[in-house]
Design a protein around this ligand. Structure first.
Ligand code: K3U
Ligand code: ZN
Length: 157
């Protein structure tokens, strides 16, 4: 398993617009995605985006789990999302605390859409369309920002 390092704020890769993957590339990146998930779990993250480990491609993992900050967060299998997009977002917004593996030790209140409809491809190339709300929607929006060169402090209240 390749060893990855997490880019810290100040690293220009966190400010790039990540490149979309072609479906033909998905399987080529399978070992990298395994290493990405390992890295996230190693740091007890609830998500991680490829640019955070210096790979500027449109892919991230969402892995909500109950935690001290969000005790009622749903338990979900870490889910790899390729070429993810928000197709609809609610007017209603919610403010809550966020952290980031690229900005250790800092928490900030961030306003996010409370409900979103998203689409993404799985590693097998299947398109998934689904609705998200609450903490999972928050993680998705946080990770999607990473693919667009944004970090949560840019949106902090
Ligand atoms: O483990 C963290 C560290 S921060 C984290 O997991 C980021 C994801 C995240 C945490 C909280 C809200 C939204 C997104 C991961 C990142 F940086 F790669 F995106 C955590 C923070 C708040 C609640 C529960 C867990
Ligand atoms: Zn982050």
């Amino acid at each position: 398993m390749e060893t990855l390092t997490i880019a810290q704020l100040g690293n220009p890769i966190l400010r790039k617009h990540a490149a979309p993957l072609s479906a033909g590339q998905y399987q080529d990146f399978a070992p990298f995605f395994k290493a990405l998930q390992h890295k996230m779990l190693e740091h007890n993250g609830v998500g991680i985006a490829a640019p955070q480990v210096n790979e500027s491609i449109r892919a991230f993992i969402v892995a909500s789990r109950p935690n001290p900050r969000y005790p009622d967060a749903p338990m979900m299998e870490p889910t790899l999302m390729l070429n993810p997009e928000i197709v609809w977002a609610s007017e209603s917004m919610e403010k809550d605390w966020e952290g980031c593996l690229s900005i250790p030790g800092i928490r900030a209140l961030v306003n996010r859409h409370s409900h979103i409809e998203v689409r993404y491809d799985t590693l097998e190339g299947k398109e998934v369309k689904t609705q998200m709300e609450g903490f999972i929607a928050r993680i998705f929006q946080h990770e999607l920002d990473h693919l667009n060169g944004l970090v949560f402090l840019d949106q902090a209240e």
